[in-house]
Write a protein that binds this ligand. Structure first.
Ligand SMILES: NC(=O)c1ccc[n+]([C@@H]2O[C@H](COP(=O)([O-])OP(=O)(O)OC[C@H]3O[C@@H](n4cnc5c(N)ncnc54)[C@H](OP(=O)(O)O)[C@@H]3O)[C@@H](O)[C@H]2O)c1
Length: 336
């Protein structure tokens, strides 16, 4: 009998105080019931969206994680027991399960997917070739319909989703401006990812910098909200598009994020503002994977990892993500 080690949500966290709200527990692993699969995880993905599921908010796109339950999140791992005809022991898979060494999942509900063996780094199935990459491509193309030559602004640009979005927009022939929280991140964006300009929102006046860069932003890929959205709004081009991918600036709040102070610019500039939610497009049968795989294999899209080791250090990794310590994708390596 194996032992599952999992993080349990005991209370709604205050701010970024995760140790007070979650505890590492152990249980004996039971065989999967009919139709389900038992996966032993190699890696866990840290995603800011799950911070909203830690709150009691009922108005999100996913319900709150019930107190006393295992914390939910994405894993990459191997099937160790299967009671489902489509999955066999030993297969490498990705899905939504728990912050745990073992997850027992219903393949349809967890989005359980067998991973492409042609990819040299399995971890990219979380980032460039996973949720972050798909969301970036979906947001830039199907939601905002960006065109070559357009100016695209991206916040949290040195993170997983933002970093991939920067490279996709560059690959699509756009002029790309990134916003990030340190000079090192800004240099990484211009020097390593090859985007046109980067603004450090912690030391620079973002609105003034955007104005100096000529304003006229055709598309804003928003990951943060708050002051950054207010800085972008007056700098949007007429008929510009704003895709709201994330609002991380408000995720620790139990009441969500208030609307922008410069809401009037939506009228003045006749802007289109839309939420970006990948499952809406997947449900239409969209497949973003081939384009992402091609760019990745051609060396036109990279994503570095901010990797922490050990299931016992998951909360450190999540705190790094939620306090901007990361460049690239935050993951936890929990291999034996
Ligand atoms: N809609 C969807 O389906 C979907 C899917 C995936 C991700 N997302 C969203 O995309 C955004 C980025 O997610 P990710 O997984 O790629 O994470 P990430 O960008 O790798 O990490 C989060 C980054 O946000 C930045 N940030 C800016 N303001 C912040 C604030 N007030 N508090 C904390 N961090 C702040 C930090 O970098 P700085 O140094 O620049 O501050 C931090 O590195 C999130 O808003 C997430 O919810 C949405």
């Amino acid at each position: 009998m194996s032992t599952n080690r999992f993080w349990r949500l005991n209370a709604r966290p205050e701010g970024n105080d995760y140790p007070a709200a979650l505890s590492l527990e152990e249980e004996t692993v039971a065989p999967p019931p009919d139709g389900q699969v038992l996966v032993k995880a190699d890696y866990l993905s840290m995603d800011p969206g799950v911070r909203v599921w830690m709150t009691a908010r009922e108005d999100g796109y996913s319900p709150p994680v019930p107190l006393g339950s295992p914390m939910q999140g994405q894993f990459i791992g191997k099937v160790v027991e299967s009671a489902h005809a489509d999955f066999s022991v030993g297969e490498t898979v990705r899905g939504f399960g728990h912050w745990a060494t073992h997850s027992t999942v219903d393949p349809a509900l967890s989005g359980l997917t067998k991973l492409d063996p042609e990819i040299d780094d399995v971890r990219q199935h979380f980032g460039a070739l996973g949720l972050n990459g798909w969301t970036a491509l979906c947001g830039l193309t199907d939601v905002m319909d960006v065109k070559p030559g357009e100016t695209v602004l991206i916040s949290a640009a040195a993170g997983a989703t933002g970093g991939v979005a920067c490279q996709i927009a560059r690959n699509l022939g756009c002029r790309v401006i990134g916003i990030a929280g340190s000079d090192a991140k800004c240099s990484f964006l211009t020097d390593e990812l090859g985007i046109d300009a980067a603004i450090n929102y912690k030391t620079q006046d973002v609105g003034a910098e955007l104005e100096k860069l000529g304003g006229n932003i055709d598309a804003y890929f928003e990951n943060v909200g708050g002051d950054l959205l207010d800085a972008a709004l007056p700098n949007m081009a007429m008929y510009g598009k704003i895709g709201i991918c994330g609002l991380i600036g408000g995720y620790t709040s139990e009441s969500g994020m208030p609307g922008p102070a410069r809401f009037d610019q939506i009228l003045m500039k006749r802007l289109i503002v839309k939420g970006i939610f990948l499952p809406d497009y997947m449900a239409q049968g969209k497949d973003y994977y081939p384009a992402l795989k091609r760019w990745y294999q051609e060396g036109k899209m990279q994503l570095d990892f901010d990797e922490t080791k050990g299931i016992e250090n998951v909360l450190d990794a999540f705190t790094r993500l939620m306090t901007g310590k990361n460049t690239g994708k935050v993951i936890v390596d929990i291999r034996d």
